[in-house]
Design a protein around this ligand. Structure first.
Ligand code: SF4
Length: 90
């Protein structure tokens, strides 16, 4: 089967069949009961000089929000939060 045929076959497969096949392959290599937990942590709230609109770490919105910049969290403090929350990664 060439690439076009493979792509066509996937494209024409019903969605739930694809989900089932993907889950089957996933279970071959992973424990289905395992869930990796991670989260975002603002380590320099209001203290970043960049202006990314979505980010609470940007200092560009402090006038609008009244948010005061916090100091950059230390690495040990970050690891402590990670340990407390039982997270594998941020
Ligand atoms: S404002 Fe932008 S550059 Fe600064 S921490 Fe947020 S995402 Fe990163």
């Amino acid at each position: 089967m060439d690439m076009r045929e493979e792509v066509s076959e996937v494209y024409n497969t019903p969605l739930l069949d694809l989900v089932f096949k993907a889950a089957t392959v996933h279970r071959m290599y992973n424990d289905p009961a395992m869930v990796q937990r991670c989260t975002l942590l603002s380590i320099k709230t209001g203290g970043c000089p960049e202006n990314c609109n979505y980010c609470s770490q940007s200092s560009h919105w402090s006038e609008d929000t009244g948010l005061k910049a916090e100091k950059l969290m230390g690495l040990e403090e970050v690891y402590e939060v990670q340990k407390l929350m039982g997270l594998e990664e941020f």
